[in-house]
Design a protein around this ligand. Structure first.
Ligand code: ADP
Length: 448
């Protein structure tokens, strides 16, 4: 096993990885920008290296500086966390070319899944259900017409290299098709340097349900059930739960087994998430994330499996010591992403934390790098912590969520805590009766 790992990230996820390393007896190297010298991930790590100025492009994305930090500290492996370099195939290649282990899948798998068209084709060939649509890219309006007619309107034009919801346009009728294609393609070309687009059936009110998988390099794959991440604003998840209020044990076993076989067939290693839209009992693949997800704790809470520990073990070549039949889902877990932002207009609210009190008690977990006196820098995303609760039932988890949100104190900045407290008053949310457009409709009604 590795005796030293460099963590190429910051904030709560750097801490999360550090914690797994500590429990495994592995020493840690933190990297940080000049703005993060006092950050908790730097304070807790065994060693730390400054890799550049505040801007992420010059520090957390500074590949030569990160490789040099691994070399001077004698780390054997690099954990990318999520975001930053975690889904950068070139980074994975450079890490391995310098003799370090990249704690993640192969560069090839990252590349295949990073392009939406090749990802969709690959998983479809492996037996995973996808959204009906074009086979590969569509070059012209003339080629698009028969595809849209076959699948039926409304259709969605999506960019092959899209991300963060950009390069996506809905065509309600044939009359909108040309303009939707041109706009999606132009937007994608400007944002990603690639204007290739494809067509999918547009689903009206689906849920977002994703399956967590874990695979070793010996051909063993397990799935750890699903997470429901349908509460989104501008395609950003804000609250996730496991299991999904919409699935029963038979649905779960069926999709889990389909995904498990497919992941085995493509020879994937490490942790990964297969994301689906789910409507009227059917699953439709949208993308695969080849890394640890922000919302991984809800899966950990109901399975008792430390996903980061397993990720490190399989990266080191160890066989999985968990079998599918040993995995049981126990109770219910909900995570709230707590951001430093104005809860009405969502403007970032960086600043100094004047008071801080973490909620506690049975079934409460706070993954956060905050402390009283910490100055939240304005350069990075606004996530300051994840509050995760576990209960024997969904009702118990909801009661625990309210209690712990009320207990939590974050002074000096605005946070999204009031939004979650308001959501807990909403019968549809409380009943688990929501879809991917529900939150935006709810927010719009509150403003009105
Ligand atoms: P990105 O990489 O830009 O996040 P995704 O393919 O994951 O793109 O899609 C982002 C979001 O767009 C989804 O979470 C969903 O809300 C919406 N979406 C994607 N595909 C469809 C579809 N076929 N029908 C309806 N909504 C969709």
């Amino acid at each position: 096993m590795f005796d030293k790992i460099l963590i190429a990230n910051r904030g709560e996820i750097a801490l999360r990885v550090h914690r797994a390393c500590r429990e495994m007896g592995i020493r840690t190297v933190a990297i940080h920008s000049e703005a993060d010298a006092d950050a908790m991930h730097v304070r807790l790590a065994d060693e730390s290296v400054c890799v550049g100025p505040p801007a992420a492009a010059k520090s957390y994305l500074n590949v030569p500086a990160i490789i040099a930090a691994a070399e001077v500290t004698g780390a054997q492996a690099i954990h990318p966390g999520y975001g930053f370099l975690s889904e950068n195939a070139r980074f994975a290649e450079i890490v391995e070319a310098h003799g370090f282990t990249f704690i993640g899948p192969t560069a090839e798998h990252i590349r295949v899944m990073g392009d939406k068209i090749t990802a969709k084709q690959t998983v479809m060939d492996a037996g995973i259900p996808v959204v009906p649509g074009s086979e590969g890219g569509v070059d012209s309006y003339e080629d698009a017409i028969p595809v849209a007619e076959r699948i039926g309107y409304p259709v969605l034009i999506k960019a092959a290299s899209g991300g963060g919801g950009r390069g996506m346009k809905v065509a309600e009728t044939a009359a909108d098709l040309k303009e939707a294609m041109d706009t999606a393609s132009t937007e994608a070309k400007a944002a990603f340097g690639d204007g290739t687009v494809y067509i999918e059936k547009y689903l009206g009110r689906p849920r977002h349900i994703e399956i967590q998988i874990l695979a070793d390099t010996h051909g063993n794959v397990v799935h750890l059930g699903e997470r429901d991440c349908s509460l989104q604003r501008r395609h950003q998840k804000i609250l996730e739960e496991a299991p999904s209020p919409a699935l029963n044990a038979a649905d779960r076993a069926k999709i889990g087994e389909t995904v498990r076989k497919a992941i085995g067939a493509i020879g994937y290693r490490g942790v990964g998430t297969i994301e689906f839209l789910w409507e009227n009992g059917e699953f439709y693949f949208i993308e695969m994330n080849t890394r640890l997800q922000v919302e991984h704790p809800v899966t950990e809470m109901i399975t008792g499996i430390d996903l980061v520990r397993e990720q490190i073990r399989v990266a080191d070549g160890a066989p999985l010591d968990i079998k599918q039949e040993d995995i049981t889902l126990d109770g219910w877990s909900i995570e709230c992403r707590i951001n430093a932002e104005n809860p009405r207009n969502f403007a970032p609210s960086p600043g100094t934390i004047t008071d801080f009190h973490a909620p506690g008690g049975l079934g409460v977990r706070l993954d956060s790098a905050l402390y009283a006196g910490y100055k939240i820098p304005p350069y990075y995303d606004s996530l300051i912590g994840k509050l995760i609760v576990h209960g024997r039932t969904r009702t118990e988890a909801l009661l625990r969520l309210r209690r712990s949100l009320e207990e939590m104190v974050v002074g000096g900045v605005e946070t999204s805590i009031p939004i979650f407290l308001a959501l807990l008053e909403e019968p549809e949310f409380v009943n688990g009766d929501y879809h991917i457009r529900w939150l935006e409709e709810w927010l719009a009604n509150r403003e009105a």
